[in-house]
Design a binder for this molecule. Structure first.
Ligand SMILES: Nc1nc2c(ncn2[C@@H]2O[C@H](COP(=O)(O)OP(=O)(O)OP(=O)(O)O)[C@@H](O)[C@H]2O)c(=O)[nH]1
Ligand SMILES: [Mg+2]
Length: 433
């Protein structure tokens, strides 16, 4: 394929910038302006890189196909960092016959050349985008093909069943030793169970990737913004003793024990004729809808209200420094003082424990990617239909649905993914990857 070139390190000032070329004639292109060119593959060599405007002392390494990231011949230049130098090097590559790579084009070529499957590529994207170590590990699992090999194993199982069903359909009069319908049903159920086991990790995956959305809700002046500030350990939100201080929704994220907590401070909920405050309250209600847990803040030790919603709720008795008797604490109730930073750490731990984050087994496949979830759900749906058809003894329907399930599973790794899906995945990569 034609040679493509791109900067693989971030744009801007840096000690070193790496520029990569990949494609049939990239070595010949590089030889024109990097001298002395390395005598052998895989060796990083110092030399002189001549651009139109200046010569630069740089390093160069080349890789022979198929032993490279893309599976093609590849060349890398390690030159001094900075916009002007790397632009000049790229310009030189372009002048000598390469063309600018598109986002993710190196990785897409790796996919085309069988160097990686779609889940590997998505693992790389997840690792690059990860903000916590747990998320990096989920990405590493993808890169190491844990999900890929699980789905391929289920596909293999289905290939077997499909084969037997086809034989039974094609040669009904032959006296072949075929499995009974019950045996087929058992195997179908086993595959459904395996997919279910994967799908059971969706909630955990969502928490690993996006974190826990925590909405801070309550009447005006109970100390919601003070609590946000205490969580963040900064003076983020305006705090005052005037009821109705917060109008807008404030969102801030911290990482606690390697999990993101996305806090949302909201306007105090009350009856109001002020249209701005009313809009704030509307947004507070939206934050409740999107929350994984609601912190229902009150500031009166005798408050007996409970907050009704579809998510988990922790009732937070704030201003405990002013209480005359201690408030009883339970799994869903805690006493704190946001102003004097009492109990705030315990509240973080409580949130963490509510989602059993400490128990997530990162050595197992955890679904963190909506595309994988979608493929697996569709595969499961098709298998369930195949199972239903097998109950009615209609083998031809079973075969059709089994193939459908097989294709959906293939979309996970890319064996049966459409060009559009492949392009969408690789376009998420940054330039030069
Ligand atoms: N004694 C005491 N006062 C607190 C505590 N937390 C907050 N306050 C005070 O309560 C008042 C209201 O605090 P805010 O954090 O602005 O309350 P809010 O719930 O955000 O109020 P709105 O934005 O108006 O809805 C301020 O004067 C705070 O200093 C606390 O733990 N103890
Ligand atoms: Mg406030």
């Amino acid at each position: 394929m034609e040679a493509i070139v791109a900067l693989s390190t971030p744009v801007g000032r840096s000690a070193v910038a790496v520029i990569r070329m990949s494609g049939d004639n990239c070595i010949q292109i590089a030889q024109k302006f990097f001298k002395p060119f390395p005598k052998a593959a895989n060796l990083l060599k110092v030399g002189r890189l001549s651009t139109q405007s200046f010569d630069e002392q740089a390093m160069c390494v080349y890789f022979n196909a198929p032993h490279s990231y893309t599976g093609e011949d590849m060349v890398e230049f390690h030159c001094h960092g900075g916009v002007a130098i790397s632009s000049a090097v790229i310009e030189t590559c372009l002048k000598n016959g390469a063309r600018m790579a598109q986002n993710g084009e190196f990785s897409k070529r790796a996919f085309i050349n069988g160097k990686q499957n779609l889940t590997n590529a998505e693992g790389i994207i997840e690792m690059i985008d990860a903000e916590t170590n747990a998320c990096v590990r989920a990405g590493v699992n993808l890169l190491e093909n844990k999900l890929g090999s699980t789905t391929v194993a289920i596909q293999d199982e289905l290939t077997d069943v499909i084969g037997q069903t086809e034989v039974a359909l094609d040669y009904p009069e032959e006296d072949l030793e075929l499995p009974t319908l019950q045996q087929t049903q058992v195997r179908l159920q086993q595959s459904i169970d395996k997919i279910d086991k994967l799908l059971a990790t969706v909630q955990e995956g969502k928490i690993l990737k996006y974190g826990i959305n925590v909405a801070i809700i309550g009447e005006p002046n109970v100390g919601k913004s003070s609590l946000l500030n205490a969580f963040l350990n900064t003076d983020r939100a305006i705090v005052s003793d005037i009821a109705g201080t917060t109008r807008d929704v404030l969102t801030e994220t911290i990482v606690y024990k390697d999990v993101k907590f996305n806090f949302v401070d909201t306007a105090g909920i009350r009856e109001t004729s002020n249209p701005i405050e009313a809009e704030g309250i509307k947004r507070a209600n939206k934050a409740i809808e999107q929350a994984d847990v609601v912190l229902f803040v009150v500031d009166d030790q005798y408050n007996t209200e409970s907050f009704k919603c579809n998510t988990k709720v922790v009732k937070v008795f704030n201003k405990c420094d002013t209480y005359t008797t201690p408030v009883e604490e339970t799994d869903s109730q805690i006493a704190i003082s946001a102003k004097y930073n009492q109990g705030v750490e315990r509240l973080k731990q409580k949130i963490y424990d509510m989602f059993s984050v400490g128990q997530i087994d990162l050595s197992q496949v955890i679904l963190t990617n909506a595309r994988h979830v979608d493929c697996l759900q569709k595969a499961k749906g098709a298998l369930e239909e195949a199972y239903q058809s097998s109950l009615c003894d209609t083998l031809d329907c079973v075969a059709v649905k089994l193939k459908e399930a097989w294709d959906y599973l293939g979309e996970v790794t890319g064996t049966s993914a459409s060009e559009e899906i492949i392009n969408r995945i690789y376009s998420k990569f940054c330039l030069g990857k």
